[in-house]
Write a protein that binds this ligand. Structure first.
Ligand SMILES: Nc1ncnc2c1ncn2[C@@H]1O[C@H](COP(=O)(O)OP(=O)(O)OP(=O)(O)O)[C@@H](O)[C@H]1O
Ligand SMILES: [Mg+2]
Length: 365
């Protein structure tokens, strides 16, 4: 059981500010994922929690106790990295037992804990193997086992699956989710893969350039992104963005005209915004209607079609920098060079103001 609380946490390396004031309130046993583009500060923030880096200013509390100056080994945490660096000359068993031996844990307790971790991670048949006799996923499980045997209150993971192939990542993702349910620990997990974030997290922290852009449940972020960055970051393929002018409102709901000349009566609250340019209409590929329909329509030439079997992604040129991406049924007969009509359901649209903040709107679906 451990809560983790960050108050105005900042970190600079010399003159470079990397973490620029982060507040987070993480609940006991919560699974929190830090996600964001490369270099945004995910690993640094995790290392601050671990105590591997000093906090420049602000406070970090674990279970209500300020731990800013506490050494990593006194924080009750265990960390699993991307490069799992097992000891090559030790067996799986010895790799997992090593840290406990160093800490002079009594031998019977070591045996119990290693066997328990091996059971949870399904490593029992492999305990006498050397790391070189294991697959990548099995090695990663041993690295997690080394963390489990220490019985930490908090697990920290930094991109633990990024060395694995796609199939193994999915399998390990399920195992980590299961692990979270079987241990009473708080977990923070860093990834730049938004699908991993959506599937594992109780709540997600979206980071950008040292700032928290939003902290919420996966569906919160999907349905109610607070800004354009989160709108574009959560969801795959990503949300389409159409530059637009705010032309007025109907009963308080914004009416816009996109670059392509399409007028859309959105469900976003106008909330004192003045008509003008610099707004962005956001609409997800899965909400667009291939073939037309909805409350407004837009037309363009199909430049690429991706048939994925279960679904089809159609890329439509609207004369903008990026094509409009439309998700269609798996058996869609659209092909390259066709003229496409695309329907826009007004209630599915997001609207971002010139400062890229989302206007409030009811959830769609
Ligand atoms: N020891 C250091 N000294 C100076 N700058 C650093 C140091 N460590 C990290 N940085 C800088 O801080 C920024 C954030 O780095 P960080 O490793 O936290 O990013 P990240 O979000 O984990 O990225 P990635 O997804 O690539 O792992 C980067 O611009 C990086 O260059
Ligand atoms: Mg990193």
């Amino acid at each position: 059981m451990a809560t983790i609380k960050l108050d105005s946490v900042k970190k600079s390396f010399g003159k470079v500010d990397v973490i620029k004031g982060v507040d987070l309130d993480i609940k006991s046993q919560e699974f929190v994922v830090f996600v964001g583009p490369s270099g945004c500060g995910k690993s640094t923030l995790l290392r601050l929690v671990a105590g591997l880096e000093d906090i420049t200013s602000g406070t970090l509390a674990i279970d209500g106790r300020v731990v800013n100056t506490l050494s990593p080994s006194d924080r009750g945490i265990a960390m699993v990295f991307q490069s799992y660096a097992l000891y090559p000359h030790m067996t799986v068993y010895e790799n997992m037992a090593f840290g406990l031996k160093l800490a002079k844990t009594d031998p019977r307790s070591i045996e119990e804990r290693v066997n328990e971790a091996a059971r949870i991670l399904q490593l029992d048949p492999l305990l006498q193997r050397l790391p070189k006799q294991l697959s990548g996923g099995q090695r990663q499980r041993v690295a997690i086992g080394r963390a489990i045997v220490r019985k930490p209150k908090v697990f920290l993971f930094d991109e633990p699956l990024s060395n694995l192939d796609a199939a193994l990542r999915v399998q390990m993702r399920i195992e980590i989710a299961r692990l979270h349910h079987s241990l009473d620990a708080t977990m923070i997990y860093v990834t730049h893969d938004q699908v991993e974030a959506m599937t594992l997290a109780d709540r997600i922290v979206v980071l950008r350039d040292g700032y928290v852009m939003q902290f919420g449940t996966p569906l919160d972020l999907y349905h109610h992104p607070e800004n354009r960055f989160v709108g574009g970051f959560i969801g795959s393929p990503k949300m389409n963005f159409l530059p637009c002018d705010l032309v007025g409102d109907t009963a308080g709901q914004a009416v816009v005209e996109t670059v392509a000349g399409t007028r859309v009566s959105t469900t976003s609250a106008i909330n004192g915004q003045r008509p003008g340019s610099g707004f962005t209409l956001g609409v997800r590929p899965e909400d667009l209607l291939a073939g037309g329909g909805g409350d407004a329509e837009i037309e363009g030439e199909v430049i690429t079609v991706e048939h994925l079997g279960a679904e089809t992604y159609i890329y439509v040129d609207l004369g903008m920098e990026e094509p409009l991406v439309v998700k269609a049924a798996g058996n869609s007969a659209v092909s390259h060079g066709d003229r496409a009509r695309v329907g826009i359901p007004a209630a599915a649209c997001y609207l971002f103001d010139p400062k890229e903040r989302a206007l409030e709107r009811p959830a769609y679906n």
